[in-house]
Every structure is written in C-alpha cells, then in structure tokens.
Unconditional design. Sequence first.
Length: 543
Amino acid sequence: MNRFFSLLLLSCLAYVAQAQRYEFTHDDTLRGSITPERVWWDLKYYHLSIKVQPSDSTIGGSTVIAYKVLKPDQTLQVDLQRPLKVTRIEQDGKELTYRQDGNAYFVTLKKPQKTGQNERLTVFYGGKPRRAKNPPWDGGFVWTRDSTQQWFIATACQGLGASAWWPCKDHMYDEPDSMLISVTVPEPLTDVSNGMLRRVTKNGDGTQTFDWFVGNPINNYGVNLNAAQYVHWSDSYAGEKGKLALNYYVLPQNEAQARKQFQQVPLMLKAFEHWFGPYPFYEDGYKLVQTPYLGMEHQSSVTYGNRFRNGYLGRDLSGTGWGLLWDFIIVHESGHEWFANNITYRDVADMWIHESFTNYSENLFVEYYYGKEAGAQYVIGCRKNIRNDRPIIGVYNVNKEGSSDMYYKGGNMLHTIRQIVNNDERWRQLLRGMNKTFYHQTVTTKQIEDYVSKQSGHNFQKVFDQYLRDTRIPTLEYRLENGVVEYRWANCVAGFDMPVRVCVDDANGYQNLKPTTTWHTFSAKGATSINVDANYYVNVKRL
C-alpha cells in the first residue's frame, strides 16, 4: 500500500467515523450537496419580492431566479423550507409543473435549455415561515415587539438556510452576481435590507415597499429583512477605496445610546482595512441595523443587538480586560464582511473559514489600538473557552458544520501560525492578499490551506490537520539529563512537525526548535525546565 493511498484511506475512515456520529436524512443530502439538479445551471441574479404581514405572521411573494445554462438539462432544483409552500412556478409566462421532495422542489422545464443561454424562472410562494427559537443560533423569522409595543421583525438563518423564508438555490457554492430585494411592510414600518436603497413606494393600501439593490455577489444567508419604526442617520468613511457610505438604523428610544456606541464603526473599519484590505462592498455601503437578537453578519447590513455595551453583552470573553474596551458585535460581525461575505465557504463543513478568521480579527483589532502584547493576551485568554469536543471541520455534503471550537481554537491556530511565519508585515500581506485572491468567491478548506502554505513559504499541512481535523492538543514532551534536552511532539497526528519557540529556565530570550514525533536533542547545561512560548497553542510535559 503506497503512502498516498494510506493517507487517503485514513482520511476516508476518519470522515466515515465522524459521519456515523450523526444521523443524516434525505433532506440533509438535498440541502447540503450539489445535486444533479443544481450543478447544470449558474446562478446570476435574484429579485426577491416579499410582503410581510405581522397581523397573522405570514409572508408571501416571489423570487425571480436568473441563471446561465452550463449544460442542457430539463429539471431544476429550487429550495423552500416547510411550512412555507410554493404556489406556482413560471418561465416565460408559462406555468410549469414541479414535484416536492421535503424542502426541495424539482421543476420540469418546458423550454429546451441550451448551453450558454441565459434564462429566468419565477417562483411564487407563501405561508407562515419557521419562527426563530433562539436567533441567531436557532434561526428563522423573528416576530416580536419593542419596548413601546411596536412591531420589531427580523430574519436570521445561517446554517438553517435562506430557504427558511424565501425560495432560492440554497447551497453556498453558487452566488448571484447581484440582487434586488423588494420588501412590503405595513406603514409606518421601515424595512432595512442589504445594499443601497433605490426607492420607497407608498402603495395606497396602508403598506409601503422598500427596494434595496445589492451590486455585488451575496451568499444566501447574508440576505436579510429587518422591519421596525426605525430612525436613520448616515455618515461616510474615507477608506482605501474612497468614500464609503455608512448608514445606521435603530429604534427611536435607543438613538442617543446608539449614536455614541456606533462611533466605533469607523475605528473598526480603519483597523480591518489595515489588516485585511479594502472593505469588500464599497458599492453597497455599510449598514448597522438594530435587531431583537444579538447580531449577525448580513452582508452590507450587519445586524446589532448588543445592548449598546462594550464586550459581549457586557462580558469580556477573554477574561483579560481587553475585551471590555470595544463592542464585540460591531467588531466581530463586521469582521465577517471580509471572512464570510467576501471569502465564503463552499460547504458549511468549512465554516471555520468564516469563524476562525473572524475570531482572530478580534485579536487583530485589539493589537491595532492597544499593541501587539495586548492582542496576544486577548487571543490566549480565549483559550479557556475551547472544548476540544470534536473536529472543527464538519461533515461534507449534508449541511453539517463542525465544532464551535472553530471560534477560539481556530483563532489560536491562526495566532500560532503567525508565530511560525515570524514576520508581521508578511503575515499582514498574507491576510490582505487572501482577501484579494479570493475576492467575492466561494472557497474550500484546501484552497485556504494551500494559500497560507504557499504565501508563507512554510508547509502548514500538518498544522491544519492537527487543529482542524483532530481534537488533541499537541504536547511537547522533553527529558533533561546531564545537560542534554531530548524533545519530541506527542499527542498529535502522524508526522506532526510544527516548529516551536521555547525558553530554558525562564531565561531571557527564546530559541527555535523543530520537533517531530521522533526524539531530537540539544545541549542546555544546568537547565532544569523547558517552557514553550505562550503564543503557541500547545502543551508541554516533562517526562
């Protein structure tokens, strides 16, 4: 058996073992895989038109789906989750037949689909959407009222999927190039969605329609709807690509608090443009919108519910004090504009690409304003939240993300990788280059792993395997005898070879070691202990 086949077999066995820990359904496969009915057409544009009726918690409307034919086929999959129902589907004004299979609808097209041609489909639907039980984690539609008993409505659907409230091609691999979102709400409610507001139309029946246009590619779960009696103010930010429009929407009773707290937005933009490059959606602007839940990274329409307090609802997740100097939701959810909305995972199993880099962005924000040591203290302090319960990478093709360790462990993995790169400017250019290389794209874990290794000049494959695909914390084992130190990596994946920085007897200065899983030695006369630089997320053990 050759080495490549052995590694492939081990990888497959690990995947099967993880998959067997869960029971997946036919719905999971239809939702999470690139089915034959999805693969033959390339999504180009959506026009979502939706009417919101708070009085009976119903919604209804249509989605125009424009697409390009990649290869001829006559069956197309559209997704809409129960209890919502598709009522009619049309192409070129002709009604089409379809069959429902769980949350998927398979449409039989009458018109011959020819390679290279552009087509469009209109899907009409309605009903009572799934209510969010604990948004944003257990998402759906949020129907609530504010402190003055006025309607306060929102959507949040990461993981669950956008098809929980509108018909779409609900898989992350394919995004439209642009989108029009038309939301009709009862007066005097205001709808705030993604992109730039084109017009507001009073309909003469006590409702008004808000048309929002998104001029950039957008992932499905990034689309949102927020309806309330908002007050609005605007500003601008002089950024790397010019003037960026800033718009803020909050409840009237919170305006004074919000005007003060939201002054952190330009500070966030300055720090993140430094580290990651230009804000990815200048054409669509940046909005911060108050919602009845904690917050989410909806593209160009970041939602906020952190009660106008610094920290995470007033708490410092790192326990160091640094997390109380800034608003967690403003920083974290806006960081997703670069990692989630600009660079988007192709399969939810790779959600770490969103959450690990964005968790790490908190550390970089702290560093930008309070110094490198403060940033390091913050990310190291977050280690207490790591569970090491299951791998960070989830199960592919069934819409299953990995462990929540993708946040704190993922952030510490990136901080560890930075130590090995050992060149702060090179590291910054790597992060900026990543956002340029994968600008407005969906990506796989392999693409990100290969990019980091190539741009850093170091093969990080074993490091990624250890932290993304294994639950063990690598341990530097050592023995001291007669002035000779023996050391190796243990509690790790086969072939783990991560360089590490160590200090002998807490003396001034570190030295770099290149341990493997076999024993190595170096001389250290009089040494009594070896300590690893705390910036590396590893354990150390004397035998």
